[in-house]
Design a protein around this ligand. Sequence first.
Ligand code: SF4
Length: 226
Amino acid sequence: MPKPLRVVEVFHSVQGEGVSAGEPATFLRLAGCNLACGWCDTPYSWNWKLYDRAQFSVPHDIDQVLERIGTPERLIVTGGEPLLQAEALERLLPRVTAFVEVETNGTVAPTPALLERVNQWNVSPKLENSGEPKERRLRPEVLRRFALLDNAWLKLVVRGHAETAEVEALIERLRWSRERVLLQADATTRAELDLRGPLIEDWASGSGFRYSPRLHIARWNGERGR
Ligand code: SF4
């Protein structure tokens, strides 16, 4: 019996972050994560001490997922950590005609079938500011595989210039092209984004990186499902 996909939510919005920010998209948020970042803005996708697993991790077979997502031009598979459900994704994605983005924390290696099907990887390994120990949040052997892909973008959530050495050391270690690196402000509210966003934008533009906005925070102040 194939495993179902565990789905948190499906909604239609715009990509709020990363290199395709502003593009209309359908989001498929999958349940479960192998990290527990202190500033996580989607704890309802994995923190079963605070949220009801039965409500936020609902088993769906592939036909049910296809019916819920419809026929969007762009599908963003996010989480949680969606690659924890790679086997079920391998069954779903060949039946989707959309341009597919997958958002991952970069700790789980993509399978060959997903490498073949996914159009864009948004890879966001966590820095010290996540509160997670290094050995859990960084898997260099996985990240180096992503670094070799032309369709993988590195997105780092940062707070300020005090993290410059950590960011530069990581990029150097991974040999990730600077033009495919984005810096994004650690902000889960509009007030935090107003405070940090301009500083991070300056840092990015002065260092050969891109700046990743957070359109859903700026527009909807982080409201769920927007
Ligand atoms: S990896 Fe992403 S979903 Fe998982 S805890 Fe960290 S921020 Fe949240």
